[in-house]
Design a binder for this molecule. Structure first.
Ligand SMILES: Cc1cc2nc3c(=O)[nH]c(=O)nc-3n(C[C@H](O)[C@H](O)[C@H](O)COP(=O)(O)O)c2cc1C
Length: 410
């Protein structure tokens, strides 16, 4: 199930190959993907929305506004839902529209709003494909990172022979699998902490924080995609779990520390993305604290510094910290990198309304001893892939430096 847990949005445009998209939806589902379908208005003249609704199990959105209102979703929500949007078939017309940023229909608006991977499977007459207007549009889209699957050569519906046939459904699925495939952490054991910790005050009250765990869970998903064996030590969250990830559920900072110690023994990478409480109540009341005086003092004690302790006890373990700061982001994060002897720190500004805690979006700075890389605001799943790519690159770089030092000392 190479596309297990992947959300794929198939956008069907008005070409004769639209009938093959029904088989493409089935093939994606066989590979484990959850599929939803949207159609251009002209696509509905080639194949009915009902076919795709029956195959996908979801309402099909077309450029008919009434159907969006009824479904209660819009192009932004669907774009957020998807890990990838695949336009298959992609007509010369929709290719021209998206390369020019036109947003005059549901499908074209969706493509303009997309935050995930966008791919097109062109299908058209060979003269339309070879026309310099189409070729220029394709070049523009490739430059923007849009993936182009095909087209294939062969006999066309119009009787001509040449380039322009849509790839066969199974070939398209292989391209979709390749969109997510990445072996940069192949067979590495990765331990990730995620979410908040919860420090009890008495049997009913606790101290916690606003972490949702979304960033840590997204990084775990990206590490899995990169071929790693992933363990997530998670504070309480409401997030969907991935059946291929090993989850260890904890509540307090002490429990998180104990679990990290246990699981990092044979790990290659430790990513501390959890928002761990720095202090815990010194004494936890056995009974609910009663309302009495005007003020109440609760004495707090330092919790173990999981990341620092793990790095101290496993100096060769590649350790990555997260720094959530409300001010002087780079300065505070760089201090943390040095103080804890980390290999890398991911710094993000919190306290902004449209990113960070609880949001699906974030923007981060990846800081290591010799570089700072800025990743601008993006969906956390997309950002997680870039973070994992940077971690894998740095891991490789440090491993080759260690080899050089070793050889020089011989
Ligand atoms: C029978 C027929 C077959 C067509 N096949 C294709 C095709 O394979 N590829 C293509 O780019 N356009 C094809 N077209 C033209 C498109 O349907 C037309 O450009 C339409 O405006 C596309 O709209 P859309 O991109 O919004 O789906 C075909 C038109 C007709 C009438």
């Amino acid at each position: 199930m190479k596309l297990a847990n992947k959300h794929i949005l198939v956008a069907v445009s008005g070409g004769i190959a639209a009938y093959k998209s029904a088989e493409f939806v089935r093939a994606l589902q066989r590979a484990g993907a959850q599929v939803r379908v949207v159609m251009t208005e002209s696509a509905t003249r080639f194949i009915t929305p009902l076919t795709f609704q029956a195959l996908s199990g979801y309402p099909v959105h077309t450029s008919d506004d009434a159907s969006f209102d009824k479904a209660g979703v819009d192009h932004i929500a669907l774009s957020r839902w998807s890990d990838a949007i695949i336009i298959a078939p992609a007509t010369a017309n929709i290719i021209a529209k998206i390369s020019n940023g036109v947003a005059d229909s549901f499908v074209s608006s969706l493509c303009l709003a997309h935050q995930s991977s966008l791919a097109i499977a062109p299908a058209m007459n060979q003269a339309m494909w070879n026309n310099s207007a189409t070729q220029q549009n394709i070049t523009t889209l490739k430059e923007r990172g849009v993936k182009v699957f095909g087209p294939a050569q062969g006999i066309q519906a119009c009787g001509e022979t040449g380039e322009g046939r849509m790839l066969e459904p199974d070939d398209l699925v292989h391209h979709c699998i390749a969109l997510f495939a990445n072996h940069s952490l192949s067979a590495k054991k990765v331990v990730i902490t995620a979410g908040p910790t919860v420090e009890p005050i008495d049997p009913v009250r606790f101290i916690s924080n606003r972490s949702s765990g979304k960033m840590g869970y997204a990084i775990a998903g990206a590490a899995l995609e990169a071929g790693a064996h992933v363990t997530v030590i998670s504070g309480p969250t409401h997030l969907q779990e991935n059946e291929r990830i090993n989850y260890v559920h904890v509540e307090t900072a002490q429990q998180m520390y104990a679990a990290a110690k246990e699981h990092c023994i044979d790990a290659d990478l430790f990513i501390a993305a959890a928002a761990v409480a720095d202090y815990e109540p010194t004494n936890i009341a056995d009974q609910k604290i009663k309302k009495k005086d005007d003020t109440l003092s609760i004495q707090l004690s330092r919790t173990p510094d999981t990341l620092k302790e793990i790095k101290l006890s496993h100096p060769s373990l590649f350790c990555i910290g997260f720094a959530a700061e409300t001010e002087n982001l780079i300065q505070h994060a760089s201090e943390k990198l040095r103080q804890k002897s980390l290999n890398m720190i991911i710094a993000n500004q919190v306290g902004l309304s449209n990113q960070g805690f609880n949001s699906d979006f974030n923007a981060v700075e990846i800081i290591s001893s010799d570089s700072t890389i800025s990743l601008p605001r993006a969906r956390k799943s997309e950002l997680a892939r870039l973070i994992i790519k940077n971690i894998a690159d740095q891991l490789k770089k440090e491993a080759s430096q260690t080899n050089v030092t070793y050889l020089q000392s011989k």
